[in-house]
Design a protein around this ligand. Structure first.
Ligand code: UDX
Length: 440
């Protein structure tokens, strides 16, 4: 099939590449010329395992190209909308400006029979509005919604082998499901469940999934608060409740909480939309989830302050991790960076390091000192904070951190074994785990 993918950020670049890999002829269109040229020469703009090799391989087939020219959409029968829907600067709601201008730019090139497919995360009701607009401008063209659930760090695998495919279409749009089944023919043939539904349900599936994941993380972080107060261990508690199949162990990682370009802004936008629709209890629930999550960052600062005997002023603090999660170079709403900035503002001398996100951290927070290795970060440090659980940080042993001034470690992600560190003479603290004083 001839397919255009509009918006070539994280989602669009991966989607275009994967569709070409599945055998389609794909043009990725992005108004950012530099980004389009970069992708067209096989260089992804994000660190994403598997993407660079797949991009190079699919570009070489001649079935994939990237351009900034919107007229390249002409002739394609399916047009995926993959533009960002960030949080508005002044309100906790989604900014749909990029989505609306993508549709504006696409309309002149649509022909009857074309299917526009939204993948961006949007407030419920957006797809119906766009469908009305597209059908009015180009009779016989329509808009469907096919939300994307990919995780950063697993984006290619999640796109080629998704847990499920969700297709939303208008009641009178009989063709959408058949067209999408052709787009995803090999994915469907592999047994992936397909849920074909209305536009509003499809839009809501995405925000409901992200809200559930965020709620699960905040639930275990709320339990971490209780565990710490009661002298219990949240990691053992999570293991124990996670054995119940109805609960499951995934997303019960207690610690510094969630960040990134999706969960925080999606729960805020969904809360705002739910409130508009009069579903105040959903808005309240998500506000609490957000609040619990943000409080984890303050708690980490408190643990670091306690470990520095009540004040971080003038203390040298090493921070391991800047990305919002491991296997990513993304620092958007990164809990690790938020804690680093907070401690620096409170007078600490902070040194941050990250295996992949150092450059992005420098760009986003030029006031921070970002160094290239763990050894540089911990040199003469009075406290070491592990804030993003990269595997190489999980694998650290006390003997690896010989350069520190004081053996103090705060394990913000519950990624280390407390016994190993305490037996080696370190002061070890982690959110949701009993403190040594409490244990005594
Ligand atoms: C998320 C959703 O998982 C994905 O389906 C959606 O399409 C986009 O948003 P992503 O932002 O890539 O994906 O990251 P995810 O793996 O979900 O992690 C989100 C945040 O939660 C990270 O900051 C991570 O560190 C944190 N997290 C995750 C926890 O704090 N504890 C956990 O147990 C799991």
């Amino acid at each position: 099939m001839l397919i255009s993918v509009i918006g070539c950020g994280y989602l669009g670049a991966v989607h275009a590449t994967c569709l070409a890999h599945l055998g389609h002829t794909v043009v990725g269109i992005d108004s950012d010329r530099e980004l389009a040229a970069r992708l067209d020469s096989g260089r992804p703009s994000v660190y994403e395992p598997e993407l660079e090799s797949l991009l190079t391989a699919t570009l070489a087939t001649g079935r994939l190209r990237f351009t900034a020219d919107p007229s390249a959409a002409a002739g394609a029968e399916v047009h995926f909308l993959c533009v960002g829907t960030p949080q508005l600067p002044d309100r906790p709601a989604a900014d749909l400006a990029a989505l609306d201008s993508a549709v504006d730019a696409l309309l002149p090139y649509l022909t009857p029979g074309d299917l526009v497919v939204g993948k961006s995360t949007v407030p419920v009701g957006t797809a119906e509005r766009l469908n009305d607009r597209i059908a009015a401008a180009v009779p016989g063209a329509s808009c469907a919604w096919n939300p994307e659930f990919l995780r950063e760090g697993h984006a290619v695998a999640d796109t080629l082998r998704p847990d499920r495919l969700v297709y939303g279409s208008a009641p009178d749009d009989e063709r959408a499901t058949a067209i999408l089944n052709r787009v995803y023919a090999s994915v469907v043939a592999a047994g992936t469940p397909v849920i074909a539904t209305d536009l509003a349900t499809a839009e809501l599936v995405k925000v409901a999934a992200n809200s559930f994941l965020a709620t699960k993380i905040s639930f275990i972080n709320a339990m971490a608060e209780v565990c710490e107060a009661a002298g219990a261990d949240v990691t053992v508690l999570a293991d124990a409740i996670g054995h119940d199949e109805r609960i499951g162990r995934q997303f019960l990682g207690a610690g510094l909480g969630f960040g990134g370009g999706c969960l925080p802004k999606d729960i805020r936008a969904f809360g705002a939309r739910a409130a508009e629709l009069g579903a105040d209890r959903v808005a309240d629930l998500l506000a609490r989830v957000d609040e619990i999550n943000l409080a984890r960052r303050d708690h980490l600062t408190r643990l670091a302050t306690e470990a520095c005997e009540g004040s971080v002023i003038g203390r040298r603090i090493a921070i391991l991790g800047a990305a919002f999660k491991p296997n990513s170079d993304d620092v958007r709403d990164s809990p690790a960076l938020a804690v680093a900035l907070d401690l620096q503002r409170r007078g600490a001398h902070v040194r941050v390091t990250d295996p992949q996100a150092g450059d992005n951290a420098r760009k986003r927070s030029p006031e921070l000192t970002v160094v290239d290795s763990v050894a540089e970060a911990v040199d003469d440090a009075e406290a070491v904070l592990l804030l993003t659980e990269w595997q190489q940080y999980r694998d650290l042993r006390p003997a690896d951190l010989t350069g520190v001034r004081r053996p103090v470690i705060i394990d913000g992600r519950n990624a280390l074994d407390p016994t190993t560190w305490r037996e080696a003479g370190w002061h070890y603290r982690a959110p949701g785990r009993p403190s040594p004083t409490r244990q005594r």
